[in-house]
Write a protein that binds this ligand. Structure first.
Ligand SMILES: Nc1ncnc2c1ncn2[C@@H]1O[C@H](COP(=O)(O)OP(=O)(O)OP(=O)(O)O)[C@@H](O)[C@H]1O
Length: 447
């Protein structure tokens, strides 16, 4: 078998499709965080405010005191109209970090590949937009990252924070450098699926990460292929025998596969604590749980729903619920997973009342167009969808997905919360959920 070994995606050859699917709304009213109050204890050093607890950071601050830094940083420039930091490649971001290239951009800011002059390693720095709500969310993200770092001793599940600082009104979060995202692979492979054995391995790690977060009473709320990164940038190019392309010059002849299956979750900017109020809209559209759309309030199960959508996408190559409209989205869920229980439809909030008529979803009557009805009818039932893409172990995967994409999971969750509060132990919560789902006939054997 011809095999081509490559290190890292060639960014210059990236196609022109967007690398990220944006969240439609950013409606996360974050509370002031512990880290934020720490900010005012920082040392004002020229155009940098430094607060990092680490020894490395303290050394860095002392460099500024000696007056070395100002020479190394560019002249002050205004931000762009959206509050993004403007920079040139090769410039310094404080005297410690040299900007090598831009890796990504999201709602919160830009992510830059930088050389850390103190350690000699390359790091990914998220330079957050200089807008109050994004600055506040970044401070919450730092709190969460530090909590995760404290408990994830092996650092194997979630991206590791190395440092943070406030530079020219931009919160900058320094991360370990990771490889491409699951979405980068899907895109580069023209939306061809991942091999099922790799999906199983990714699913296991993802569920471990979610269990770990839930145990800390944290809800990620924005799990999606863009936010799951392979640890290593190395990948193989192997001929894809399933496609009709016969010539190695054809773009579809090869398929890229990661050399290692190790993944980590990123983007804790929307992570919520269990005790906060959960009535606003969360998650990127395709991965949004029904209770979020129906305004029923949400909790841990919204992450489980996202994991279910992600696993299907990895097996099929395409997002399961490709829609931008609430009623169509709910109709798609009913098509794939069966009717939404009446007790949920009875409790919807005011804005969602228009989706319900006589105790059931107002579909197809409420559809906005014939195309919309066709888009829903095109979707297969979950079992058929899985069997189209998975030959061996389809049964186990269907069991797992039925457990993750369970409308009632939301209600099981409340029972589990009550059970865990009796015992005062967070892990009881997750095991209660698992036990309840198992009792309900779902299997977790596959992952
Ligand atoms: N540690 C990292 N290593 C390598 N690339 C990274 C790292 N962190 C982020 N990226 C890249 O930068 C992109 C944006 O990062 P991130 O999702 O944290 O930003 P965001 O502004 O919070 O995005 P969103 O719009 O989803 O909220 C990611 O999709 C990824 O491609």
């Amino acid at each position: 078998m011809e095999m081509d070994y490559v290190t890292g995606f060639a960014h210059s050859h990236m196609d022109r499709r967007p690398t990220k699917r944006p969240r439609l709304a950013w409606e996360n009213p974050q509370a002031h965080s512990k880290a934020q109050s720490g900010m005012y204890c920082g040392q004002e050093l020229g155009n940098l405010t430094s607060f990092g607890p680490s020894r490395v950071h303290a050394d860095h601050a002392s460099m500024f005191v000696k007056g070395l830094a100002q020479n190394g940083t560019p002249q002050w420039r205004n931000d762009d109209k959206d509050g993004h930091y403007l920079f040139a490649l090769g410039e310094n971001l404080t005297s410690r970090y040299k900007i090598l290239r831009k890796i990504g951009e999201g709602t919160f800011g830009q992510v830059l590949d930088c050389l850390d002059r103190e350690t000699g390693e390359t790091v990914a720095i998220k330079v957050v937009r200089s807008i109050k709500k994004y600055r506040e969310a970044a401070m919450t993200e730092i709190d969460v990252l530090e909590l995760l770092k404290r408990y994830d001793r092996s650092g194997s599940r979630c991206v590791q924070i190395r440092n943070w600082f406030d530079y020219r009104n931009h919160i900058c979060i320094v991360f370990e450098m990771l490889g491409p995202s699951l979405y980068d692979f899907l895109r580069k492979n023209n939306y061809r699926p991942f091999p099922v054995d790799l999906v199983r391995e990714i699913g296991r790690q993802l569920l471990e990460c979610v269990a770990f977060m839930h145990d800390l009473r944290l809800i990620h709320t924005d799990l999606k292929p863009e936010n799951i990164l392979f640890v290593s940038p190395e990948y193989l190019k192997i001929p894809d025998y399933k496609v009709t392309a016969r010539s190695p010059t054809d773009v579809n002849y090869y398929k890229r596969l990661p050399k290692s299956s190790a993944i980590k979750v990123i983007d804790f900017g929307s992570t919520a604590y269990e005790h906060q109020e959960h009535n606003y809209i969360v998650s990127t559209r395709h991965y949004r749980a029904p209770e979020v759309i129906l305004g029923l309030g949400w909790s841990y199960p919204c992450d489980m729903w996202s994991v279910g959508c992600i696993l299907i996408e990895l097996c099929s190559g395409e997002a399961l619920f490709q829609t931008h409209e609430n009623l169509e989205h709910l109709a798609m869920m009913e098509r794939v997973l069966g009717p939404i229980p009446q007790h949920m439809l009875k409790r919807v909030d005011k804005p969602a009342e228009k989706f319900v008529r006589r105790g059931r979803l107002d579909w197809p009557e409420g559809a906005t167009s014939r195309e919309s009805i066709k888009a829903v009818l095109k979707l297969p039932r979950l079992q058929n969808l899985v069997m189209q893409h998975v030959d061996h172990s389809a049964g186990y995967l269907i069991d797992l997905l039925q457990g993750l994409l369970r409308y009632n999971f939301f209600f099981f969750c409340w029972v589990a919360v009550i059970l865990s509060s009796f015992r005062g132990r967070t892990s009881v919560f997750l095991w209660s959920c698992v036990a309840l789902v198992k009792l309900a006939g779902a299997g977790f054997c596959w992952a």
